[in-house]
Design a protein around this ligand. Structure first.
Ligand code: FE2
Ligand code: FE2
Length: 389
């Protein structure tokens, strides 16, 4: 029933957050009673934290039986007082439960490098998602960012296993998957129960070496666009990181698929004013990188690069390349960022492992290289285009 050396754990383990000194993890069992997560360095699992889990009840279909009621227990823990830049091992044990021994590495204290993957919209076709995960596993990245739409219908609890947790096996136990919630995650609390660690909210930021990354929720019912946009810009303004990233599910600039313009007309000028370098979104199932958008004349904002990376496995949407695009393709893919100090490289890799887009930029004294800036689109022009369509 369970793979060898991994019994009783029905979802995860999955790393929710990894910082220099603390880590958040989750897993699910179907057995009530506490589990212990044992952890330590050098394969010595000397410490443990106990978890009783939060009970969830849901309905699911069983072949030959019909609809049945099921109970599961979601465990979420924080491991505290860790040391920066160290490898830790961990294993989960409980009644009728034992996991393999996994490892993770805490964020290094003094590094000017970061290597990470960004992708989104992996719902509905887990076999596509799995192919991408197999490629990502071999890239030796520090973390993964997901732009949301993890499952077809997040309010149906039984979809989370096959569509999200299963395809991520072999990756999510060892590195954090930072998620911006998608509209398909739903509003009945399943997403938050499974994937938001205690003490945190759906919108959150984190640092890794020269990178600050903010993941924002712009889809949950009842949220105000103005408030969420302020949250994103305030976060960026407060960060001194060399490279500032922001990400949320529904794009502010998007010319294929849903043609979204979240936050229009305030988003583009505010994100530039906040000094953000990259804004990555999903929602439209395609790849789309815009030419950098120049801040309004006479202002000191940044040149922002907008990317729609919604090709994580869901059915593809069409996109027609335009003069505002640096690249636009209807393809399953992910974006691999490699940052070494002031130098940023990005390769976009398709589901067959082929590089389909490549970007190299350098930032000196806070300003991107002239050659890249010479390709910029005036903000007014692209906003006019958004108004027309
Ligand atoms: Fe989507
Ligand atoms: Fe979506």
């Amino acid at each position: 029933m369970y793979e060898k050396g991994q019994f009783g754990i029905t979802k995860g383990p999955l790393l929710l957050r990894v910082y220099q000194n603390r880590v958040a993890l989750m897993w699910e069992t179907e057995t009530e009673r506490a589990c212990r997560l044992y952890y330590g360095r050098d394969q010595k699992l000397e410490s443990y934290i106990e978890s009783t889990g939060e009970r969830v009840q849901y309905k699911t279909k069983k072949e030959g039986v019909g609809t049945i009621k099921k109970t599961a227990f979601i465990h979420k823990v924080w491991l505290e007082d860790l040391e920066a830049g160290q490898i830790y091992n961990y294993s989960i044990a409980g009644p009728q439960t034992r996991s393999k021994v996994y490892e993770f590495r805490t964020v290094r204290a003094n590094t000017n490098e970061a290597r990470f993957v960004v992708y989104g919209d992996s719902r509905t076709y887990p076999e596509n998602h799995r192919k991408l995960v197999e490629l990502i596993k071999n890239l030796n990245v520090d973390f993964v960012v997901h732009k949301g739409d993890l499952v077809s219908r997040g309010d149906s609890y039984e979809q989370w296993g096959p569509q999200f947790f299963e395809p991520l096996k072999g990756l999510a136990e060892t590195m954090p998957i930072y998620i911006a919630k998608g509209n398909h995650e739903g509003n009945n609390g399943n997403y938050e129960k499974l994937l938001i660690p205690q003490g945190q909210k759906n919108s959150f930021g984190f640092d890794y070496g020269p990178v600050h990354y903010f993941c924002a929720d712009n889809v949950s019912r009842g949220l105000r666009t103005e408030t969420q946009l302020k949250l994103i810009t305030a976060d960026a303004e407060a960060s001194k990181a060399q490279w500032k990233f922001a990400g949320y599910h529904v794009p502010s600039l998007n010319f294929g698929g849903h043609r979204s313009a979240w936050g229009h007309p305030d988003a583009l000028p505010s994100l530039a004013k906040a000094g953000i370098d990259f804004v990555l979104s999903g929602h439209s199932h395609q790849y789309e990188r815009f030419r950098p958008i120049a801040p309004p004349p006479g202002t000191h904002g940044s040149y922002v690069t907008y990317i729609t990376t919604g090709g994580g496995g869901a059915p593809l949407h069409d996109v027609t390349p335009s003069l505002y695009h640096a690249s636009a393709k209807e393809v399953h893919h992910f974006c691999l960022f490699d940052i070494k100090g002031n130098k940023l490289t990005m390769d976009t890799i398709d589901i067959d492992g082929k590089i389909i887009d490549h970007l190299e930029i350098v930032k000196t004294d806070g300003r991107l290289n002239k050659q890249y800036l010479s390709t910029a689109v005036p903000m007014e022009e692209i906003q006019h285009h958004q108004d027309l369509h």
